[in-house]
Design a protein around this ligand. Structure first.
Ligand code: PMP
Length: 453
C-alpha cells in the first residue's frame, strides 16, 4: 500500500477530492465574483502566487478584524495565516487603525520626516537595540539595502545564505545547493545573471561548511533568519548562533539577522530574547501593524564604517531608497505598533495561545499515530508532515509534502480555519481567542482521523 507522509495514497486522493468539492459547493459568490472580475488580471489573480493556494478557487474577503476574516460567501474564518505574519498582531489593531485615520487627514507621503518619525526611531532602538535605523517598505528591500551596505563596507562580493532560505525576492539570495555547488534557483523568472558570483549557499546548522565558505575571504555578510521559518521550521542547534557570530568575526564578514518571521519569538524578536549580537538587523511585515513597512539597522561600528565609505563614494544613485518609503503613514503606524500593540502583554497572550495550539496539534498527531511533528517559536507554530526534528534545508525539502498539505489546508478551511499556504504555519495573535485555537485543534484532529483511520 503506497503512502505519502504516512497516509495511504488512495485515501488521500479521495479525501482531497471530497474536500475540494465541499469547498467549491460552499462558495458560489466568490466563484461568481472571480468569474466576473478576475479577467482583468494576469491569469485571473492580482498577484501571481495567489494561484498557488490549494483551494479550487480563492475566497474573496469582505472584511477582517482581530484574528477573524469574513468572506463574501458569509463564512467567518479563524485566521491563523494572518497575512503570513503581516498581520501577526491581528487585523487592524485599534491603535494602528486610529493612527491611520488621524494621519489620513494630514498627508500620505512627502519625502520629509515628521515628529512621529523621531518618536519611531527612539522606539525602534528601545525595542530592538542600539542600531542606526533606516526605513523601507518591504523586508525584501530592507534585506537588499542591508546587503548593499555590507558589500560596501567589506569590499567583498558575496552573501552567504542557507539552503532553503527565503529573504524576499531579492535576487542575491535566490540561490540553492546543487551537488554541493551554489546555483540559481531553477524556477526564477527571467533570470539572466549567474547569481553564484554574488552568493554562496551553506546548510543551516553546519558551522564547518560556513567556515569553509568564509575562509575563501569573499563573503561580505552572512544573511540568516535566527530560525529557518520558510523551510518547514528548522531550529538552530545549540551553539549555532554563537558559532556564526564567532566565525563572521574571525573572517571579517558581517552578520545580518532577518527577524521578519521570528519576531514571533517574543518582545524584541529572537535576537533580544536569546541575546544575539548581529551587525545588522532587519524586520518587516508586521512591524507597523500591517501597514507596508520594514526597518533595517546597523550597529554603531558598521555605521561608522559605512560613513567612511560614503564620504569617498562618487556622487550619484546609491541603489538604496524607494520614493514612498519613510512616509508619514508608516511612522504613525510604527509608533502605534511599537508603543501600543507590540507589548509584553500581547506577547504573553500569543505565547500562551501558541503553546496551547502546539499541544493540541501534537496530541492529535500522537493519537492518530501520524509520523508528523510540531515545532513552535513563540507565537509561530508549524506542523510538519514528517518525523523531526529537522536540521537543515535539505531535510526540510524532503519533509515537505505538498500533496498532503494542500488537502489538509483545504479541509481546514472547510472547517473554518485558515493557515499559511505553501507550508503549515500558524500564528497566534494578541486577538486570537482560546476557542479559536480549540476549533483549529478539533478540526486538525478530525482531519487526521480521516487520513489515518
Ligand atoms: N524575510 C523573511 C524571513 C521572509 O519570510 C520574507 C517573506 N516571507 C521576507 C523577508 C520578505 O518579505 P516581503 O515579501 O514583505 O518583502
Amino acid at each position: 500500500q503506497p503512502t505519502i507522509a504516512g497516509v495511504p495514497t488512495d485515501r488521500l486522493t479521495a479525501f482531497a477530492a471530497r474536500e475540494a468539492q465541499r469547498y467549491a459547493r460552499s462558495r458560489p459568490k466568490s466563484a461568481k465574483a472571480l468569474a466576473d472580475g478576475a479577467g482583468a488580471f494576469l491569469n485571473g489573480v492580482p498577484m501571481h502566487w495567489m494561484r498557488d493556494w490549494p483551494m479550487p478557487h480563492l475566497p474573496l474577503v469582505a472584511k477582517a478584524k482581530g484574528a477573524r476574516i469574513t468572506d463574501i460567501d458569509g463564512y467567518g474564518i479563524d485566521d491563523f495565516c494572518l497575512g503570513d505574519t503581516g498581520s501577526m498582531f491581528g487585523h487592524s489593531p485599534k491603535p494602528v487603525a486610529d493612527a491611520i485615520r488621524k494621519q489620513a487627514r494630514h498627508g500620505l507621503t512627502y519625502m520629509l520626516p515628521t515628529m512621529a518619525a523621531m518618536e519611531a526611531g527612539r522606539l525602534l532602538t528601545d525595542r530592538f537595540g542600539a542600531f542606526r535605523w533606516q526605513i523601507a517598505t518591504t523586508a525584501t528591500d530592507a534585506n537588499r539595502f542591508a546587503l548593499r551596505v555590507a558589500r560596501a563596507v567589506t569590499g567583498r562580493p558575496k552573501v552567504l545564505v542557507f539552503h532553503g532560505c527565503y529573504h524576499g525576492t531579492l535576487d542575491d539570495t535566490m540561490v540553492t545547493l546543487d551537488g554541493g555547488h551554489t546555483v540559481n534557483r531553477p524556477g526564477l523568472v527571467g533570470q539572466v545573471h549567474d547569481l553564484s558570483l554574488g552568493a554562496v549557499v551553506c546548510e543551516f546548522n553546519d558551522l564547518a561548511g560556513v567556515e569553509a565558505a568564509l575562509a575563501k575571504g569573499d563573503v561580505a555578510a552572512i544573511l540568516t533568519e535566527p530560525v529557518m521559518t520558510n523551510s518547514c521550521m528548522v531550529l538552530p542547534a545549540d551553539g549555532f548562533h554563537d558559532g556564526l557570530r564567532a566565525l563572521a568575526q574571525r573572517y571579517g564578514a558581517l552578520l545580518i539577522m532577518d527577524e521578519t518571521h521570528t519576531l514571533s519569538t517574543g518582545l524584541g524578536g529572537y535576537t533580544r530574547v536569546h541575546g544575539l549580537s548581529p551587525d545588522m538587523f532587519v524586520v518587516g511585515k508586521c512591524v507597523a501593524g500591517g501597514m507596508p513597512t520594514a526597518v533595517w539597522g546597523m550597529t554603531e561600528d558598521v555605521a561608522a564604517r559605512f560613513n567612511a565609505y560614503d564620504a569617498t563614494r562618487p556622487a550619484g544613485h546609491s541603489g538604496m531608497g524607494t520614493t514612498l518609503s519613510a512616509n508619514p503613514m508608516q511612522f504613525a503606524c510604527l509608533v502605534a505598533t511599537l508603543s501600543l500593540v507590540m507589548t509584553k502583554d500581547a506577547y504573553a497572550h500569543m505565547e500562551k495561545g501558541a503553546e496551547r495550539l502546539a499541544a493540541l496539534l501534537q496530541a492529535a498527531i500522537t493519537a492518530h499515530g501520524a509520523p508528523w511533528h510540531v515545532v513552535r517559536v513563540g507565537a509561530r507554530v508549524e506542523f510538519i508532515c514528517a518525523p523531526g526534528p529537522l536540521h537543515n534545508g535539505t531535510e526540510a525539502a524532503t519533509a515537505h509534502q505538498p500533496q498532503v498539505e494542500a488537502a489538509v489546508h483545504t479541509a481546514l478551511l472547510n472547517r473554518g480555519c485558515l493557515i499559511a499556504p505553501f507550508h503549515n504555519m500558524m500564528l497566534v495573535s494578541p486577538a486570537t481567542r482560546p476557542r479559536q485555537i480549540d476549533r483549529l485543534g478539533l478540526a486538525f484532529d478530525e482531519i487526521l482521523s480521516e487520513l489515518f483511520a
